[in-house]
Design a protein around this ligand. Structure first.
Ligand code: ATP
Ligand code: MG
Length: 586
């Protein structure tokens, strides 16, 4: 089944889709030409993300448009225009200079989704510093590790977060020179107040010439498969952010865009800050955490037009049912996308029912810096597929050879590792302090993603699972996603996580962990029913042999099911790095 959501008379639409003729756009695309869609720094000064995201709009008719519309968790509202954002980020850039932080200085931000986070990240980029946003719910250890690996020189945070999480580890952070607290209050030893450093700084700043290859962002991976890696990104990444905003998110000039991800994860920076601002649209920033009715209210009241969210949130919305959506006027909403985990076909079907349009799944990683494979507004959506590679991105299914090389698998629907031809602008330039690990990601021209997938005859990619999570049972390779999606079709199932459990006969057997929807209770009868349903859908070889019920599945703070933890707990093995585990799971 495939959805064809766009009417035939495209020319009559208020926002004609940015990508209609996929094949032609793809064949004519080149990154150098795409780079020319951006302004570049004046006088051949190179390329700086903050200039593209802020300053070029501030000196255009868009200056008075709202760049950031902030909705605070206590009902506050604050609109920051492009002009205001330019002034504030200039101040912060000057403040950094005033503190003696030079180009390349590492500026960490440990904040909830408040305006100062956005000002600090963009101001740091203007000053040619490296911005590293950290998730504010991290405990002291994950903060200490990341600041230490990243040689953090500046930390922007709140007094409460500082006292709770940083004070006790401060003496271990040898590189950390300045801590800036965004709230007001009496002096706290070893820190400065945001207001003081900002008042002292001018709101005029000229971005120095910036080499597109200068390091701009440091992002840590989600830690789903092991210890998080620090991925290095450069200013040139903004070309990918712009192009993917254009094609994968279909951004248009007067959009109200909402990306629900926290900037502590790469999605929340690439698409919660940079991509929408490079398009000069109004970017909604919502401080509160997920709550379905609140989110529906925001979509309706703020007239959100383009919405980018994640499967975990979608599954939680599904739990409440489609009827809960219908009381809201979502007439402004014209495009919905999802990233971060496989989007089960059931979720796409549900969204069509609940919202009248499907979620468009797309795939990428911290390492790729931007969306690589996507379902596009004007192209058919095949539920369960990640879609087609972006223009400028060559994706393939490859097989690793014993000599370390890879060969491309051309036949459709054959599983193999997803690989991308290296060379797009937002490709990571390294894992911080882990050169060997970085080198191992490449074979010839290919960047190896560590994900398994297959491609169908139309060129659509289908996620199978992470290479680490794939189950080998009686000579078959089984991807957990397929099994989880089948379980999710059952009305009782809210979430499913599937692992391979060692077995003397089969090598591994498929074991599923399942969390139930409201109104269902764990029982032997339900277990039998689920096993029967899975066997019918998947066949005896692929269906789980064991099912265990859980109230919740362990997830990363960015909402990904941690199968490695399900497996470790099942087998009594060490749990490994838990720095990104959601706290209520500890
Ligand atoms: P780590 O690398 O530390 O184990 P992580 O891979 O979860 O963590 P991210 O870079 O945040 O860290 O996530 C990228 C991964 O998320 C992808 O490699 C893929 O496994 C998964 N992913 C993202 N989007 C999708 C999608 N649309 N469908 C399936 N999987 C997805
Ligand atoms: Mg990864």
């Amino acid at each position: 089944m495939a959805y064809q959501p766009i009417p035939k008379d495209i020319a009559n639409l208020r926002w004609p889709p940015n990508l209609v003729d996929y094949a032609t756009v793809r064949s004519q695309f080149d990154w150098a030409a795409a780079g020319r869609l951006l302004a570049g720094l004046p006088n051949g000064g190179g390329l700086n993300i903050a200039h593209e995201a802020v300053d070029r709009h501030a000196s255009s008719p868009r200056a008075s448009r709202v760049a950031l519309r902030w909705l605070g968790k206590n009902g506050e509202r604050r609109d920051i225009t492009y002009c205001d954002l330019a002034g504030e980020t200039n101040r912060f850039a000057n403040a950094l200079r005033g503190l003696g932080i030079g180009a390349g200085g590492r500026v960490f931000v440990l904040l909830g989704r408040v305006p100062e986070l956005y000002i600090a990240v963009l101001g740091a980029l203007k000053a040619k510093c490296v911005a590293a946003p950290l998730f504010s719910a991290f405990g002291p250890e994950p903060i200490a590790t990341r600041l230490a690996i990243g040689d953090g020189e500046v930390l922007v945070t709140t007094e409460a977060l500082y006292r709770r999480k940083v004070e006790g580890i401060r003496e271990r952070l040898l590189a950390l020179r300045h801590v800036i607290l965004i709230d007001d209050g009496p002096p706290v030893a070893g820190t400065r107040r945001w207001r003081d450093v900002m008042i002292a700084a001018s709101d005029h700043f000229t971005i120095p010439p910036t080499d597109p290859e200068d390091m701009a962002l440091l992002h840590f991976t989600s830690g789903t498969t092991g210890r998080p890696k620090g991925a290095i990104h450069v200013h040139q990444a903004v070309v990918t952010h712009y192009v993917t905003g254009l094609y994968a998110l279909d951004l248009h000039d007067d959009d109200i865009f909402w990306c629900t991800a926290d900037p502590g994860w790469v999605t929340g920076t690439s698409y919660g800050i940079i991509a929408p601002l490079t398009h000069g649209v109004t970017n909604l920033v919502v401080e509160a955490e997920f709550d379905a009715p609140t989110w529906y209210g925001i979509l309706a009241n703020e007239r959100v037009t383009v919405w980018y969210t994640a499967p975990t949130a979608i599954r939680m919305m599904m739990k409440l049912g489609a009827a809960a959506v219908r009381g809201y006027d979502l007439g402004a909403l014209r495009f919905m996308a999802s990233v971060g985990e496989p989007l089960n076909p059931e979720a796409v079907v549900w969204s069509e029912d609940a919202f009248g349009r499907p979620f468009h799944d797309n795939w990428w990683q911290t390492e790729t810096g931007g969306i690589m494979i996507a379902n596009y507004l004007a192209l058919p959506v095949k539920p369960g597929s990640m879609g087609l590679p972006l223009p400028g991105i060559e994706a393939a299914i490859v097989e690793r050879q014993p000599d370390g090389s890879v060969s491309v698998v051309d036949r459709p629907m054959v599983e193999g590792e997803l690989a991308l031809k290296a060379g797009w602008p937002s490709m990571m330039r390294g894992y911080l302090h882990e050169d060997e690990r970085y080198r191992k990601c490449f074979a010839g021209p290919w960047y190896l993603t560590g994900d398994l997938a297959k491609r169908d005859g139309d060129g659509y990619f289908w996620f199978v699972g992470r290479a680490d999570d794939v189950i080998k049972s009686s000579g078959h390779l089984i991807g957990p996603f397929e099994v989880e999606s089948a379980l999710l079709e059952h009305p009782a199932v809210a979430e499913a996580g599937v692992i391979g459990k060692p077995d003397p006969m089969a090598g591994e057997i498929v074991k599923a962990f399942v969390a139930l929807n409201p109104g269902y209770a764990a029982s032997q009868a339900l277990r039998r029913d689920l096993l029967g349903h899975a066997r019918k859908r998947l066949g005896a070889v692929v269906a789980p042999k064991e099912i265990a019920f859980r109230d919740n599945l362990p997830k990363t703070r960015s909402g990904k099911i941690m199968r490695r933890l399900l497996r470790a707990r099942e087998l009594g093995l060490p749990e490994g790095d838990l720095s990104t585990l959601e706290s209520d799971e500890r």
